[in-house]
Write a protein that binds this ligand. Sequence first.
Ligand code: GYE
Length: 368
Amino acid sequence: MLLLVLLVCLTACASAEDKNTETPAETEKETGSISAGPEDGVDSVAVNPKGTLTIGFVMIGSESDWRIACNRSVEEAFSRENGYYLVMRDGQQKQENQMKAMREFIDMDVDYILLNPVAENGWDAVLQEAREAGIPVVVFDRKVRTADPDAYTTWIGSDFLLEGRRACAWLEAFLESRQYQDRLNIVHLQGTMESSAQIGRTRALDEALRRNRRWNLLERKPAEFTTAKAKEVMADMLKLYGERIQVVYCENDNMAYGAIDSIERAGRNVGANLERGDVLVISFDAVRHAMELALKDDIAVVTECDPLYGPRLTQIIQQLKRGEVPDHEIYVKEAQFSAIWEPSQVMVNGIAHKVTKLTEEIIENRAY
Ligand code: GYE
């Protein structure tokens, strides 16, 4: 397949904020393309030499540090040197943009599509179109919910419900180790609604609220997985509930940063000393900065979500190329970190999960 592609090499967003613009798929990048500017006098070139695989990458956006690490990992793994021609389309948090990108890739007759879906529902029709066109779709990170389980080739990602359950189990064990028996007032910042990460982490908190009669959810609100939105939402919650807030359950690290900022601006302290009036922060992802905050107890516990999908996805694509059938669902193993000594493990449905004690060394070796 010979592709003539106009060299529109806009660099993918490097900062963790998406503007919710209406313009679809504006940020685009063809990493396999030969880097040439107008000064080179080249308008378009053949960019897909024989033998390379053309991969269409339907991206979510750049809402968080996690997402940036994830996008980068895919971009690096599917490099030209590794024998790929990667075409990236930025959905900018909108499913309609992502669908448009899917259809563009189908029209281009790419070899494989990597779909990182912003939300779970609504994919049936476009996945059927890909299937009819004979293009395998590998879904990763968040899931899709389809009537036909074979609507896509395979999915690889995190067990978001387990992540949430580990976070809640940590809080239960922590309170027990401190013999804390009073009422506990919680606020909850949710990620992008209808995304698997939001659904799983929210469900786990709901289960824990039902189990722990003394836990009291003051309020829950979506904050889009971004620092800016979380800052705003948390500031409103502090105005409303003030000193009553004792725990903030943030569905990702970037929202934890925003929450911490607002808590400190309101004159409160973040930490794990509830008796002293601290606000205890719970987070997910475990990117480097969040781990630094956890090292000084500003975040009490951070449950890992691994963004390094690039190498995992190349492995799956190579399997498919060889005609092998990968598992239909593949879960990534993850850790949990805290600088607080107790608990050192948490139990979820009878299975013990280790809580890794944070050290400087762990943070230094963090790849993202
Ligand atoms: O936790 C959050 C991101 O889908 C697992 O999306 C991902 C989530 C991640 O923006 O930071």
